[in-house]
Design a protein around this ligand. Structure first.
Ligand code: SIN
Length: 536
C-alpha cells in the first residue's frame, strides 16, 4: 500500500461488492436495496440505531394525497430553496418519492392512520398541502429506523457496529475501493468495488444543536480527504424551535406542532410571526428562525414560547407523545404550559457533491442523505424533505449499481489510503470541542457579519497549525479534527458569499444578489488552503 498511518499498517478484514457507511435511512435502505445485487458490508461508528434518522420527529414528505401532486411538492421545494435548488434533482425527489415511501409501507413502517385507515398527513412550514407522513405521533424516524434495522438483521448484510471510518482507499485508477476503520482499537481495511457514504450531517460542530452526538461530519471529511468536491457548506438550517430549558439539551420541538396549530409568542406574550411573513408560524424555516432571533434580541430574553393552547391535551398526548414525555421529564407539562424555545443548528444543506445517481467526483464513491449535496435543498431545505432525500437517493444509487456493475478486482499493493491530516496541538478533546462550539455558535449562527467571520477563521486557523506525528487511535480525536477542517471551509464559504440567501444571512449584506445564484465548491489541495471555486 502506498500510504500508511505512522507506525500502523491496516490489515484486511473483510470484502464485499458494496460497503455502506452509516445507518440512518440512507444507509439502511441502500444496504437493503444493494443486497439484491451483491454482497454488502454495513459499517457504523456506534450502534445501528444511532443516527439522525432515529431522532427525526415530524415526518417524511411525499405527495400521496389525491389533492396533492409531485408538481406542487416540486414548487414548494424550489420556493424554499431560495434560487439554488437543482431542478433535475428536485424532480427526481418528488417523482421517485411516492414510490419509495410506498415501499417503506410495504416493508412494514407503521405510519399513523386515520379512522378510515388512510395514512394521516400533516402540514409543516412552507408546504402548500398536508403531505407529511408520521409514525407513532412524533417518532417517525425511530419507527422507520426500527423497521429497516429489522430487515437488515434478517438479511445477509454483514454489519459492523462501533466501527469508525477513518480513511477511504483508492486504486491506481483513482477509484474508491474501500475504507480503513478503527475496529476494537486497531486499524483494519475493508475492500469493495463501491463505497456508499451515508454518514449524515455535522450538527455537532455547534454547541447548540438538535443533532445527536454522532453527527460530526465524518463522511464529508472522508470524501474531502480523498479529493472529492464539497459544496454549499455555508447553508446551515437552524431549527426555529428547540427546547430552551437549560441545563436540558436543545431537544427538538417538531415543526408539526406548529403545523397542528401552535403559535409563537415573545416574552411579552405577543404573537409576532404575522408581522414577519404572511404564512406566519408556517413561513419557511429560515424566516421563522430569524424572526425568533430578532424577537429574542428585541426583548432581551433567551427564548420565545410555543403556545399549544389551541390543541387539546388529548391531541397533544396522542400526536406528540415523545415531546410530551420528554418535556414532562424536564418538569414541563406542555398540555398546560408554554414551551420555551430558541433556534438550534439542525441541518446542513451542503455536503459531498453528487449527481442524480449519487455519484461523487471520485469514481466508485457514492453519497446519499445529509452527507450529500444533491442539489434538492438549495439554500434552505423544506421541512421533512430530508428523510425523503435519503430514501430516494439511496434507492437511485442501488438502481444504478444494479445496472452498472463495477469491477471487483482490487490490487492491494496499489491502494492509496487517504488519511486525515494529523494536525493538532490540543489542550484536551473536551476543551478543544468547547472552543469550536463557542466559535461556531457565536460567529456562524443565524446572523453573520464579515468582521465576525474573519475573527472566527483566524481562531480556527490558529488551532490548525501544528503538525504532529503523535496520535491515538481514538475516534473522538479524529471526529474533532474533521469538525475543525469542515468548520474552516464553512467559515470561508460564509465569508465569500457576500449576500444573504436561505440558511446564510449576512447582516452586512442582507439581500440576495442575482450574481450569487452560484455554489461555492471546495477541494483539498496539497497546500494548507483548500481550492475554492464559485460555480453555476
Ligand atoms: C421537525 O420535526 O420539525 C423536523 C423535521 C425536519 O427537520 O424536516
Amino acid at each position: 500500500m502506498l500510504s500508511s498511518f505512522p507506525s500502523h499498517q491496516p490489515s484486511i478484514v473483510d470484502s464485499a461488492h458494496f460497503i455502506v457507511i452509516g445507518s440512518g435511512i440512507a444507509g439502511l435502505y441502500s444496504a437493503l436495496e444493494l443486497s439484491k445485487t451483491g454482497s454488502v458490508i454495513l459499517i457504523t461508528k456506534s450502534a445501528l440505531t444511532e443516527s439522525n434518522t432515529t431522532y427525526a420527529q415530524g415526518g417524511i414528505a411525499s405527495a400521496l394525497d389525491t389533492h396533492d401532486s409531485p408538481e406542487l411538492h416540486y414548487q414548494d421545494t424550489i420556493m424554499a430553496g431560495a434560487g439554488l435548488c437543482d431542478s433535475e434533482a428536485v424532480l427526481a425527489l418528488v417523482y421517485d418519492g411516492p414510490k419509495r415511501v410506498k415501499h417503506l409501507i410495504e416493508l412494514g413502517v407503521p405510519f399513523d392512520r386515520d379512522q378510515e385507515n388512510k395514512i394521516s398527513l400533516t402540514r409543516e412550514a412552507a408546504h402548500s398541502r398536508r403531505r407529511i407522513l408520521h409514525a407513532d405521533g412524533d417518532a417517525t424516524g425511530r419507527e422507520i429506523s426500527k423497521t429497516l434495522i429489522a430487515k437488515v438483521r434478517q438479511s445477509n448484510i454483514k454489519v459492523y457496529e462501533d466501527c469508525y471510518s477513518l480513511a477511504l482507499a483508492t486504486d491506481a485508477n483513482k477509484q474508491c475501493r474501500g475504507v480503513v476503520v478503527i475496529l476494537n482499537g486497531e486499524l483494519k481495511l475493508f475492500l469493495a468495488s463501491a463505497v456508499i457514504l451515508c454518514t449524515g450531517g455535522l450538527g455537532q460542530i455547534y454547541g447548540k444543536t438538535t443533532n445527536p452526538s454522532i453527527a460530526t461530519g465524518d463522511g464529508m471529511a472522508l470524501a474531502y480527504n480523498t479529493g472529492a468536491a464539497l459544496r454549499d457548506l455555508e447553508f446551515i438550517q437552524f431549527h426555529p424551535t428547540a427546547l430552551y430549558l437549560p441545563p436540558a439539551p436543545p431537544f427538538l420541538i417538531s415543526e408539526t406542532v406548529r403545523g397542528e396549530g401552535a403559535i409563537l409568542l415573545n416574552s411579552k406574550g405577543q404573537r409576532f410571526m404575522p408581522d414577519y411573513h404572511p404564512l406566519a408560524e408556517l413561513a419557511p424555516r429560515d424566516i421563522v428562525a430569524r424572526a425568533i432571533f430578532a424577537e429574542i434580541q428585541r426583548c432581551g430574553t433567551p427564548s420565545v414560547f410555543l403556545d399549544l393552547s389551541k390543541l387539546s391535551p388529548s391531541l397533544i398526548k396522542e400526536r406528540f407523545p415523545n415531546i410530551y414525555e420528554t418535556c414532562l421529564n424536564y418538569g414541563l407539562d406542555i398540555t398546560t404550559n408554554l414551551i420555551p424555545v430558541a433556534p438550534a443548528a439542525h441541518y446542513v444543506m451542503g455536503g459531498v457533491v453528487t449527481n442524480l445517481q449519487g455519484q461523487t467526483s471520485i469514481p466508485g464513491l457514492f453519497a446519499a442523505g445529509e452527507v450529500a449535496a444533491t442539489g434538492v435543498h438549495g439554500a434552505n431545505r423544506l421541512a421533512s424533505n430530508s428523510l425523503l432525500e435519503g430514501l430516494v437517493f439511496a434507492g437511485r444509487i442501488a438502481d444504478y449499481l444494479s445496472k452498472n456493475p463495477l469491477t471487483s478486482v482490487v490490487i492491494t499493493d496499489q491502494l492509496q489510503l487517504h488519511y486525515p491530516q494529523l494536525l493538532t496541538e490540543y489542550d484536551s478533546l473536551e476543551q478543544d470541542l468547547q472552543s469550536l462550539h463557542e466559535i461556531m455558535d457565536r460567529y456562524l449562527g443565524i446572523v453573520r457579519t464579515e468582521t465576525n467571520l474573519v475573527k472566527a477563521l483566524n481562531l480556527i486557523k490558529k488551532r490548525n497549525t501544528t503538525k504532529v506525528n503523535h496520535f491515538e487511535l481514538n475516534p473522538a480525536y479524529f471526529e474533532l479534527q474533521n469538525m475543525y477542517t469542515l468548520a474552516q471551509l464553512m467559515l470561508k464559504a460564509a465569508l465569500t458569499r457576500v449576500e444573504s440567501r436561505g440558511g446564510h444571512f449576512r447582516a452586512d449584506c442582507p439581500n440576495p444578489e442575482n450574481e450569487w445564484r452560484k455554489h461555492i465548491v471546495f477541494k483539498k489541495s496539497d497546500q494548507t488552503e483548500a481550492i475554492m471555486e464559485v460555480v453555476e
